[in-house]
Write a protein that binds this ligand. Sequence first.
Ligand code: DX5
Ligand code: ZN
Length: 223
Amino acid sequence: MTNGQILVAPSILSADFANMAKAVKDIEEWGGDWIHCDVMDGHYVPNLTFGMPMIKALRARTDMVLDVHLMIEKPEKYVEEFVKCGADYLTFHPEASENAEGVLDTVRSLGIKCGLAFNPDVDIKKYEKLFDKCDLITVMSVFAGYGGQKFIEASYERVEYIKGYILKNGLTAKIEVDGGVNTDNIEKLRALGVDVVVAGSAVFKSPTPAKTIAALQGVSKIE
Ligand code: DX5
Ligand code: ZN
């Protein structure tokens, strides 16, 4: 990855749920880097989406990185199963767990990447001691639950804080930003050193998704 280039993880939350095989193929063809899978349980967030069977089905269709974002209560109950189904990254919200450190340890011991995701109202400092166990730290730039929401401006400061913490402590975790990311706010995120962005509606509602992905990645300008 060249300097300033960002990985783009299109979110299938914005795809046609009756045709996920096509969504995966589209993301591959459009040049996406990862596939972001939003798992919602109707408890941690009001919305419901899909669970392990979907991850397993997607795994059978693609070799791309499956970036699984768990918006669920008690992720400890399910992480082993998600690993078995073929997730590459498992990210959860620490306040939804009774033992966030234990979940990170479990996921790591099972040989895949793990991460923490932070809703806009969660105190990041409370969990920063766990960052050395993370491969990915996700700053939610909307409240988890729905696609198509507006980017919350205060997210920039949260990204800056985490970036500073990572650099100061010599950590290797990537920073991901999830929610309302588009071609208007990407350059500011790039300047802050964000490594990965999730993009649902920006990609799936674009008339030219491949160009949008390239613009977010930073490999070309939008025409
Ligand atoms: C929100 C999800 C996001 C969502 C992003 O709870 O975590 O991943 O799919 O969608 P956009 O890019 O439309 O905000
Ligand atoms: Zn997400």
